[in-house]
Design a protein around this ligand. Structure first.
Ligand code: ATP
Ligand code: MG
Length: 219
């Protein structure tokens, strides 16, 4: 059986239950064997840089994944210590798992930026995408960002056989409506500044790490 791996990249500044819940639903519905959470070293598509260090963001992702079956933290971008480009990460992961079927997992808000990605045509050629809904963003807008022929590569994910099975030959980008939680890292950083509780927003281990290292307190 071909292995199926989800690649879930992000700033994860910090990782929160919205990420974890969404990835769990995608993993279950697409029947992915595992999901790699890949914190970026520096976010190439964001004007504002990360607030916590790459090492802290990776550590929080590790804490969040530990004990959650099928979830793994990948240090591949943080350890590269250079701007993170999906195409480079993909090539490295492809070399590590040559027989696997790879799926980039991302929220529709992130997918709407794909035109700014380095060599995004190549990225689309070399792996599949699963685009998840997110509160405030219409999932169908994912169709509008791809022009010309690429538009025909967007379709629904039929969850019968899962991602290891036969996929529609044209489809590279699968739209997956999920029951996303309305949580963002931006909102969490703001709550920390206001001294509010993170209960129900991040795993307990992540809340403890944030407290112990006094992250997100300034500004
Ligand atoms: P920020 O507010 O700093 O942008 P964020 O919560 O959007 O943080 P990111 O690290 O930017 O988190 O997102 C990483 C990936 O997770 C993106 O593909 C994004 O669309 C997705 N994502 C983030 N939050 C959610 C959520 N609540 N539900 C579904 N997907 C999410
Ligand atoms: Mg974001």
């Amino acid at each position: 059986m071909m292995e199926t791996i989800g690649l879930f990249g992000g700033t994860f500044d910090p990782i929160h239950l919205g990420h974890l819940r969404a990835a769990a639903e995608v993993r279950r519905r697409a029947r992915l064997d595992r999901v790699l959470f890949i914190p970026s070293y520096l976010p190439p598509h964001k004007k504002t840089g990360a607030v916590a260090s790459a090492a802290d963001r990776l550590r929080m992702v590790e804490l969040a994944c530990s004990g959650r079956a099928g979830f793994e933290a990948s240090p591949i971008e943080v350890e590269a210590r250079e701007k993170s480009y999906s195409i480079l990460t993909l090539r490295k992961l492809r070399a590590l798992s040559p027989g696997a079927r790879l799926f980039f997992i991302l929220g529709v808000d992130a997918f709407l930026d794909i035109g700014a990605w380095r060599e995004y045509h190549r990225v689309l050629e070399q792996c599949f995408f699963i685009v998840m809904g997110r509160p405030g963003f219409e999932l169908d807008r994912a169709r509008d960002v791809l022009g010309g022929k690429l538009r025909d590569s967007v379709g629904p994910l039929e969850t019968g056989e899962g991602a290891a099975g036969l996929l529609p030959p044209q489809t590279r980008v699968f739209l997956l409506p999920i029951r996303a939680l309305d949580i963002s890292s931006t909102a969490i950083r703001e709550m920390i500044r206001l001294g509010k509780s993170l209960d129900g927003l991040v795993p307990g281990s992540v809340a403890a790490y944030i407290r112990k290292h006094q992250l997100y307190r300034g500004r």
